[in-house]
Design a protein around this ligand. Structure first.
Ligand code: PRP
Ligand code: URA
Length: 208
């Protein structure tokens, strides 16, 4: 499995905003959107192109265009924070949704929603900012893979080594793009140093 940590200075600058516990939800959402745009841009470098003959105002030439936009599948809830950026880059992308909630006692994901567009033969992106134990990403990728996409790429913000090891075993053919590979998980399986609970910070639902 390929792991690509996008270390562009702008990505690292945005990571600083996400990591800082004093960042309010509206700035957190803005930084998440900006960073997602960079990550998705990198993650879609390999999209296939097709050639077409056109006329510029001066002469005939060959241009290259996307064969099709990728399908994007955010994992509810935190993955929704990445969807706006994906649709800015690919406005005509078909969108699917996978709803997973990580049980805070046994840390396994429980599925509560799944609606996917036809994916056979398409390039697909799974969006979830956090890969901690990797259980949620493993489950989401399994659901998407079952629909037969041509390629499948995971786009995250922060990953932990444990989650990456798990995905490498479960989904060796999936490339993972993220902005940071952090140190470890704590006893509650939160990523260290991490950003805290991504969904809560995105939507301002942290407990005081
Ligand atoms: C978070 C995150 C991932 C998952 C990662 O979601 O968005 O989906 O945890 O943890 P894992 O790698 O150990 O499975 P959460 O379950 O907190 O739900 P939310 O997005 O609705 O807040
Ligand atoms: N989910 C989060 O939102 N943050 C973590 O650190 C781990 C799982």
């Amino acid at each position: 499995m390929a792991l690509i940590v996008v270390d562009h200075p702008l990505a690292q600058h945005l990571m600083a905003t996400l990591r800082d516990r004093t960042t309010p939800a509206h700035l957190y959402r803005a930084a998440c959107t900006e960073l997602s745009r960079l990550l998705i841009f990198e993650a879609t470098r390999g999209l296939p192109l097709t050639e077409r003959r056109i006329h510029t105002p001066l002469e005939e030439t060959t241009v290259r265009q996307l064969v099709a936009p990728p399908a994007v599948v955010p994992v509810l809830r935190a993955g929704l924070g990445m969807l706006g950026a994906a649709l800015e880059l690919f406005p005509d992308a078909p969108v699917g949704f996978v709803g997973l909630r990580r049980d805070e006692h046994n840390f396994t994901p429980a599925r509560y929603y799944c609606k996917l567009p036809p994916l056979a033969g398409r390039d697909a992106l799974c969006l979830d900012p956090m890969i901690a134990t990797g259980g949620s990403a493993e489950e989401a990728l399994k659901l998407i893979q079952a629909e037969g996409p041509r390629s499948l790429t995971m786009v995250a913000v922060v990953a932990a080594p444990e989650g990456i090891d798990r995905l490498a075993k479960a989904h060796p053919g999936v490339a993972v793009f993220c902005a940071a590979l952090d140190r470890e998980l704590n006893a509650r399986r939160y990523i260290l140093p991490g950003v805290g609970d991504f969904g809560d910070r995105l939507y301002g639902t942290e407990e005081a």
